[in-house]
Design a protein around this ligand. Structure first.
Ligand SMILES: [Zn+2]
Ligand SMILES: [Zn+2]
Length: 245
């Protein structure tokens, strides 16, 4: 984030230089950190040195592309191998979250995984609604509350926002923050703090004053958490029951 100090107050005009110096220092520290870290590892295919090509992504001149966190890092608690989740790495055995050594201040993010799970979730939702409608059509029931279309179609603009969200991989990878600097990790922590054993989606206190945006991120975070098997989601009328897995 770049502040326009020079126009605000003459006493603050020098702060731009300080900001640039801090950025420069951070870049140098980052370069030094990775140079020291990578000197300990070699390409698992050809044994040569490799380069980092993105947040926890590596490429070697031999053509091998791999994730160095998964390749080289073991669980700090039990020593087993790590798995990539949507926003973090977790142990394949004990399940605990392990911070990656191959990330500096970036966040790991798997846009493909996310986009696919969002698509599957919406598809499943539509299919269930269609099956219910068909079932009710056959039984000629006049009214049945579950028949009502829920969430996506009843919330104007939500689906568009979700589609937009699915395309966020265009945002610079080390700047993966959402509105008002709230990240999915913030929402995840918020939900975990609130979740005793179970609660309704609509009762989750908002984090962002922008109501629609907040709803989208709460919903998306729940989908991710369900995919990570941290929680279970059940459609209940016009609301969703969230329960601990
Ligand atoms: Zn190689
Ligand atoms: Zn472990």
């Amino acid at each position: 984030m770049k502040y326009q100090w020079q126009d605000s107050h003459p006493l603050l005009s020098g702060i731009n230089k300080v900001e640039e110096a801090i950025c420069c220092l951070k870049e140098n520290v980052k370069r030094f950190y990775f140079a020291a870290l990578l000197s300990r590892y070699h390409c698992p295919s050809c044994g040569e040195r490799f380069n980092l090509t993105g947040p926890s992504q590596a490429g070697c001149v031999c053509g091998l592309a791999f994730d160095p966190t998964i390749e080289f890092q073991k669980c700090q608690y039990c020593g087993n191998s790590l798995l990539k989740k949507v926003f973090h790495y977790a142990c394949s055995s004990c399940g605990r979250i392990n911070p990656s050594q191959f990330l500096f201040d970036e966040k790991v993010f798997d846009p493909e995984y996310f986009r696919e799970s969002m698509r599957l979730s919406r598809e499943k939702e539509r299919q269930q609604n269609a099956e219910l409608r068909e079932m009710l059509r056959i039984s000629r029931s006049d009214s049945f509350p579950l028949m009502e279309e829920i969430d996506l179609n009843n919330l104007p603009g939500l689906e568009d926002d979700l589609n937009q969200l699915s395309g966020i991989c265009k945002i610079p990878e080390d700047q993966f923050e959402i509105g008002n600097a709230l990240s999915f990790e913030d929402y995840r922590r918020h939900i975990i703090n609130l979740l005793d054993s179970e609660m309704m989606f609509n009762s989750i206190a908002p984090l962002n004053p922008e109501e629609r945006r907040d709803k989208v991120y709460r919903f998306a975070t729940l989908i991710i958490m369900e995919h990570d098997r941290d929680i279970n989601l059940y459609q209940m009328g016009n609301d969703i029951l969230v329960s601990k897995a």
